[in-house]
Design a protein around this ligand. Sequence first.
Ligand SMILES: NC(=O)c1ccc[n+]([C@@H]2O[C@H](COP(=O)([O-])OP(=O)(O)OC[C@H]3O[C@@H](n4cnc5c(N)ncnc54)[C@H](O)[C@@H]3O)[C@@H](O)[C@H]2O)c1
Length: 344
Amino acid sequence: MVKVGVAGYGVIGQRLADGVARQKDMELVGIADLAPTISIRALKEKGMPYDLYLVDGADKSKFDAARIPYKGSFGDLIGKVDIMLDSSPGGVGAKNKELYAKAGVKAVFQGGEQNSVADVFFHGYANYEKGLGANYLKLTSCNTTGLIRSVDCLDRKFGIERVAITIVRRVADPGDYHRGLTNALQLEKAPTHQAVDLETIMTHVKATGILVHTPVTHGHFITVVAHGKKKISREMALEAFKSHDRIRVVKIEDGFLGNASFFRFARDLGLPRADMYEIGLWEDSIVETGDDIMYGIHIPQESVTIPETMDAIRASLKMQSDSASGTAETNKYLNLGYWRKDYK
Ligand SMILES: NC(=O)c1ccc[n+]([C@@H]2O[C@H](COP(=O)([O-])OP(=O)(O)OC[C@H]3O[C@@H](n4cnc5c(N)ncnc54)[C@H](O)[C@@H]3O)[C@@H](O)[C@H]2O)c1
């Protein structure tokens, strides 16, 4: 049984902890955080299903005042695990890495860290084998994770030479206040980092794109124009997407009008926190333009990187030796792809 710890029990960390708890070949030893945040308070009200460890600088009196029990220090947690999943705020992971290195413990970092924090910039489908045995892996960001899933899906079947994307980026997570109350679009300098990241991982694909921040919280939306080695027809693309366990193909006529429909659907499914691990892909969005194929995907930003992070543990600890078997194992425990049999 592989022993795993999570550092930073925020938006991503609590979902990573749940994800690990569902993998029957892994044990979640505990989580670590700095402050008695809302998520830590919710954990306490749920009866502390996960042991809590306090990072250096945590004010113990605040945890005591809130009657939140803790098991020990960050060092205690690091000393008990094979691998740490670091989901502390961007930049903090690089500092935590010094502790992991000193203890000889492997780690997986999230998208907010610099690429230089890790030996391998990782995606469970696109470059699992590069992660085999690596000590430090960094996950792609939420948009890049979902984007690569879809491009890799076409690439494996047909070969992809280049893509151009437009990202309509949710401005904050539900529950955030730090971005203010907004009503404006904001453009980033092109090319957007997700396209550059895709090129870094899928080195044979040329990519570029633009990103527009938009004042919504329920997911990002990406359009992709992909150029294959040979022409990919609408039917070929649809068939490929429908056969992928982490892509849910939907139709507008079934009520999936946009980002909010996915959030509503996840709530109606009773998923914890309305977390969807899969990306959404509209059948209605797939169109041919000359020799290229174009489509639109929905990225549930808070939960989309969880499966690929489980893959990173599998690669780092050589639990499975290739992408197909590593991702299949993760998918089994996260119950991914079950909907495919019902899709007509
Ligand atoms: N929010 C998203 O939609 C999203 C999606 C994909 C990737 N990411 C990435 O995941 C990482 C975490 O982002 P988040 O949105 O979960 O942040 P967050 O602010 O919700 O959570 C961070 C947590 O880390 C804790 N923390 C602070 N200092 C710490 C320390 N020294 N050691 C351990 N924990 C500490 C904080 O108290 C907080 O609970 C970032 O790299 C981010 O870029 C975020």
